[in-house]
Design a protein around this ligand. Structure first.
Ligand code: EPZ
Length: 419
């Protein structure tokens, strides 16, 4: 199994180009099932989860063509797709559940494996299913699969989500695009990836309009058109490199992003002491000798993203005083803490709060990644440790970070992949 070898401590300097967003690509790829016209998607990140989603679409008889070293993908559904999505494809990538909405919208029928849990939580889909039933879907769960159908096809409805859910918002927006009549969804998640999905759907001929901060109106349509679409940048990758610069007191220029979208992260990094300048679609960050402590709650967008919680924890280990991070989104997203403590961190968990002592001197160690974002936090800690670290199970990392060791090496990290 591959692993990463990292020698610390180094200061990162140079520039990094951010890849396309994994979490925008996944719902957009799922949404292509709505259409039987040609779709060109560019700027898809070359990461495992995207490969898995493309495999999943192929298993539904979608025709997929890679053009120009996979940076451009041409997608075409015929008049008929398969409607069965196997556990083998969904167990490693929970976003597979996002094809449920489009399959029901197009064919009024689908059998999709339940995602199952993962390191960070049980990942239920009750909000997705209850909302779909308001569009006329009848479902039952048996042997680990959702068996769903809509005898009268999907019919628009007014739906208020009981809790903010990115996936449920995406599934319902996609499903409502072909439903008969009008659908109003309220208490929606408004992550930038959802806005990117809506932009893609409207370009394809759907009729979606935000009528409130967390309320969206969708008018069902019958006809869709061919579309070329460029996926937005990955804001979590961008945030990860900003934090890397702050931790190593380095100086990095992040290229190809829209700084407005990561305003919360940038404001917090400035409070912590990093010097940040914005220019067009680039962000310059200079890490500071003194790192101020700060208390952070993860929250739905535009709050601080849970997907940056592990990375921020490493930075706060280096702060001058104690900090507290409260994880308000997932019930078990502190798997990285035990590994960080093995490297010399002093972090205590109390319920959903991590109490982080500052002034940590990280020591390199043999480490084990547990989930996508935890694995990158181990790299950040290794970059500031004395001597060598080995990070095992980096298949977690490869799910969502494109060419991470190449990008890090280019800005001065001593990192290499060992077979
Ligand atoms: C999306 O997951 C992201 N994944 C996650 O990123 C991200 O952490 C999460 O949103 C929160 O921002 C993708 O976009 C592919 P949720 P999702 O539905 O949609 C509970 C990464 O690292 N819930 O907003 O699964 C759920 O258990 C990944 O890239 C229900 O109870 O997140 C969680 O506690 C990790 N019932 C909370 O809501 C449901 O039906 C938020 O989940 C659905 C969710």
């Amino acid at each position: 199994m591959e692993k990463l070898e990292v020698f610390g401590a180094n200061t990162l300097k140079g520039q990094v180009r951010i890849s396309g967003s994994k979490n925008a690509s996944l719902p957009i790829l799922a949404a292509t099932l709505l259409s039987d016209k040609k779709i060109h998607l560019s700027n898809l990140p070359n990461v495992k989860d995207i490969a898995t989603m493309l495999l999943l679409l192929k298993s539904l008889d979608t025709k997929i063509e890679y053009i120009k070293n996979k940076k451009l993908v041409s997608i075409k559904n015929n008049k008929k797709n398969k409607k069965f999505v196997s556990y083998s494809l969904v167990k490693t990538m929970r976003a597979g559940i996002l094809v449920l909405g489009p399959l029901l919208a197009r064919y009024s029928k689908a059998k999709v494996s339940l995602p199952g849990g993962c390191a960070i939580g049980t990942r239920p889909i009750d909000i997705h299913l209850k909302a779909l039933s308001k569009l006329g879907v009848i479902y039952k769960i048996s042997k680990g699969y959702v068996h769903a159908n809509a005898p009268k096809g999907l019919v628009g409805a007014k739906i208020k989500f009981p809790k903010i859910s990115v996936g449920a918002t995406e599934n319902l927006i996609i499903a409502a695009c072909l439903a008969k009549g009008k659908t109003i969804l309220s208490n929606c998640a408004i992550e930038p990836e959802i806005k990117d999905l809506v932009n893609f759907l409207n370009k394809m001929g759907c009729k979606i309009k935000w009528i409130g901060k967390r309320t969206v109106k969708i008018l069902g349509v019958k006809k869709l058109n061919e579309v070329n679409y460029k996926i937005m940048f990955d804001r979590i990758e961008a945030g990860t490199y900003l934090i890397a610069a702050a931790i190593t007191k380095g100086k990095i220029k992040i290229l190809g992003i829209n700084p407005k979208i990561i305003k919360t992260e940038i404001d917090i990094l400035k409070k912590i002491g990093a010097k940040i300048k914005l220019k067009n679609n680039n962000v310059f960050i200079q890490g500071n000798k003194k790192i101020n402590s700060i208390n952070i709650n993860t929250a739905p967008y535009p709050g601080f993203p849970t997907d940056l919680q592990a990375q921020m924890m490493v930075l706060l280990c280096k702060a001058n005083k104690r900090s507290v991070i409260s994880e308000k989104i997932f019930e078990n997203r502190f798997m990285h803490v035990s590994e960080l403590n093995r490297m010399g961190a002093k972090i205590k968990i109390k319920g959903n709060r991590a109490i982080i002592e500052g002034n940590t001197k990280f020591e390199g160690a043999e480490l084990m990644a547990t989930d996508l974002r935890a694995s990158v936090s181990l790299i950040l800690a290794a970059l500031t440790s004395k001597n060598k670290s080995i990070i095992n199970r980096i298949y977690h990392l490869d799910r969502g970070y494109e060419k991470i060791e190449t990008k890090l090496k280019k800005i001065g990290a001593k990192i290499k992949r060992l077979a």
